[in-house]
Design a binder for this molecule. Structure first.
Ligand code: AMP
Length: 299
């Protein structure tokens, strides 16, 4: 089954203590769409300016991503710049230039409205709802977010949450949203906001899934060297929904394996700048990493 991905389609300028790379292909939707494409057909909804390099359009195409919903309009592509500290975990946003995203109000092509799996990757929650409004009875909807929206668009996010099946956020965002330090108490409050499944990302420490069947803890793959973690969260959720879309049977039965596949794709993302490493990965590399993760936690 196909996956619809909406989110940011960006040019990222990324600085780490070791290197600096300007105008890489980035954005939550780009990372998530490429990650999902290893498992299922993907339709991308986004907007870029006429400065968007053709080679990036070709990169989406090489991953079989349907670009009918990608608008290319006069103006500048969303540009984000960030800098990592030596520990490669703490990140500072240096620049967010919305460009053509300022006026983005996607109208979904008819064929897109029936896609069963929907990923509302990180973008303003009002826009996430606008896309969801146009879908006809999706089977499974996941929403991702970031601290910015908790700070400036909380009412929109709270309106969206009862409409999604799964909500993905990181541990500090969970704390901020629920005002709970204890993760178990925080999860309870998050379910009360609407979603049946809540997935809390804990960076290099993996993720925690809470569902009606209980909790599941998935490790991150332990990497010897992190080159650039930008987009790891988006790759995680993209891999997760792609795997679910490719699996038979109920969501609940596949969710744990889906999360581990998401972790595996996210680990590749961290091994190169932007999407450079992820786009060189093959499905068998992901499967091998999933087996390694499995052997790390079996006892
Ligand atoms: P992550 O590392 O998973 O948090 O995602 C990083 C990606 O988020 C980058 O590729 C950025 O282009 C994108 N991004 C940064 N700020 C925003 C924003 N305000 N809205 C949407 N996407 C953003």
């Amino acid at each position: 089954m196909s996956v619809l991905v909406v989110g940011s389609t960006a040019l990222d300028s990324i600085k780490t203590p070791k290197a600096e790379n300007p105008r890489l292909l980035g954005g939550s939707a780009s990372h998530a769409a490429v990650a999902a494409s290893f498992f299922a057909p993907v339709k991308l909804i986004g907007i870029v300016g006429d400065d968007f390099p053709k080679r990036y359009v070709n990169l989406y195409r090489r991953h079989g991503i349907d670009l009918e919903g990608l608008q290319i309009v006069p103006g500048s592509t969303f540009h984000w710049a960030g800098e990592y500290e030596v520990n490669m975990n703490n990140r500072r946003t240096l620049k967010t230039e919305l460009g053509v995203f300022e006026t983005f109000s996607p109208k979904l092509p008819s064929a897109h409205q029936d896609v069963p799996f929907v990923l509302l990757a990180n973008i303003a929650p009002g826009l996430q709802s606008h896309v969801l409004d146009q879908m006809r009875r999706p089977k499974f909807v996941i929403a991702d977010t970031m601290d910015l929206w908790l700070n400036i668009a909380l009412p929109d996010l709270l309106k969206l949450l009862p409409r999604v099946d799964a909500f993905v956020l990181n541990d500090s965002e969970a704390r901020q949203l629920t005002k709970e330090d204890n993760i178990v108490a925080s999860l309870k409050k998050l379910h009360r906001l609407g979603p049946k499944y809540v997935i809390v990302k804990k960076g290099e420490h993996g993720s925690l899934v809470s569902s009606p069947r209980g909790m599941f803890i998935a490790p991150a793959f332990p990497l010897g060297k992190v080159v650039d973690p930008t987009g790891a969260g988006d790759s995680f959720v993209g891999g997760l929904i792609g795997y679910l879309a490719s699996s038979k049977g109920p969501i609940e039965a596949n969710l744990r394996r889906a999360v581990v596949h998401g972790s595996a794709v996210a680990s590749f993302c961290c091994e190169g700048f932007g999407l450079t490493r992820t786009t060189r990965v093959k499905r068998q590399d992901i499967d091998a990493r999933v087996r390694q993760i499995e052997s790390l936690v079996r006892f």
